[in-house]
Design a protein. Structure first.
Length: 129
């Protein structure tokens, strides 16, 4: 018996993994400032946020928006901290906001806090994929 092996292309060319990791904390904010991905590759964004609340029912949320127009209005991710229990001491949580940004798209992170809650940007890492 003679076998025939057929190779069928999958229609794409595998690209080398670049995975350039950049700490851009000093040039980013969670106040709604708009940025654009001009890297030529998709980005994976990892934002670490410190949330602090000092009373029951207070809320601190940070939302990520990505879109191919500016300002971006499509919410793609959200992290928040809210407990509806009495506060004995100040409650603190560190949470990661993770989202992808296609090349050429605009993106922003926007905080939303109530009462005496606060948020603080701890780090903003961007990975070129």
């Amino acid at each position: 018996m003679i076998g025939v092996l057929l190779l069928v292309p999958l229609g794409y060319r595998k690209q080398p993994v670049k995975a350039k990791i950049s700490d851009v904390t000093g040039t980013r904010a969670i106040d709604g400032t708009v940025y654009q991905n001009t890297s030529g590759r998709p980005l994976l964004v990892v934002v670490t946020i410190k949330h602090v609340r000092s009373a029951a029912g207070e809320l601190s949320v940070v939302d990520a928006y990505v879109e191919n127009v500016t300002p971006p209005t499509v919410k793609v991710a959200s992290v928040g901290f809210c407990l509806d229990i009495p506060v004995v001491t100040v409650d603190t949580a560190y949470l990661n906001l993770v989202f992808a940004v296609p090349n050429g798209d605009y993106y922003k992170a926007l905080e939303n806090v109530s009462g005496g809650s606060t948020t603080q940007l701890m780090s903003w890492i961007e990975v070129e994929l």
